[in-house]
Design a protein around this ligand. Sequence first.
Ligand SMILES: Nc1ncnc2c1ncn2[C@@H]1O[C@H](COP(=O)(O)OP(=O)(O)O)[C@@H](O)[C@H]1O
Ligand SMILES: [Mg+2]
Length: 237
Amino acid sequence: MNVIEVTGLRKSYPERTAVDGVSFQVGRGEIFGLAGPNGGGKTTLVECLSGLRRPDGGTVRVLGHDPWRERSALHQRIGVQLQDSRLPGELRVGEALRLYSTFYREPADWRELMATWELTDRRNTAFNKLSGGWRQRLLIALALVGKPELVVLDELTTGLDPYARRATWAMVRELRTLGVTVVLVSHFMDEAEALCDRVAVLGAGRLLALGSPAELVAEAGADNLEEAFLDLVEEYR
Ligand SMILES: Nc1ncnc2c1ncn2[C@@H]1O[C@H](COP(=O)(O)OP(=O)(O)O)[C@@H](O)[C@H]1O
Ligand SMILES: [Mg+2]
């Protein structure tokens, strides 16, 4: 069974259509990339997958659940880091992990998770005192507290320095080895090329292309994914 099945998904805001008839599937254990220009509909799409927005049309199934109607059941099985995820500034690393673990019926051992993600030395550091890379590391760890089968990461590495970005890639690869399915929204084509099994390119709410990085490069007759991407989104910027 696919982890994600989306058919004809539509979602409009009062002023505009954000997702305009999108269909795709994601299999278990895949790292599935979502790329596209700003405003393409990526965040709206992952919010619909995560049960945070109600679609206007089409069907969405995530781990067999309708994300909107069955969001409390779904939230026990997925982990989400949203583009604008923030925590109360005073909340400390250890406190955040302990608090999040109470949201789940069968949480991971948060102390173990803290150690795995090398956060133990910073357990008493407040969120607003963490640098970008450490915030992202904590947000990933928080997305994993519920031992999720699917993790959604929206612009995880935007704003990170190159070193922190590479460290984050290693963390995403680690998720794959754990058998976790990952939806990764990214602006960086080197990142998509390095991490993703398949990439969907969204422009103006529509699916412009979907395939492995190698397929997208070959279809565009390009030298690399960035070139293929620029070619695809030319008219949507
Ligand atoms: N909460 C919102 N209210 C109204 N319009 C929104 C909202 N969120 C996004 N939009 C609009 O929907 C479109 C898609 O946005 P978004 O899903 O954030 O795309 P992306 O993540 O690809 O940048 C954009 O035109 C954006 O301005
Ligand atoms: Mg976005």
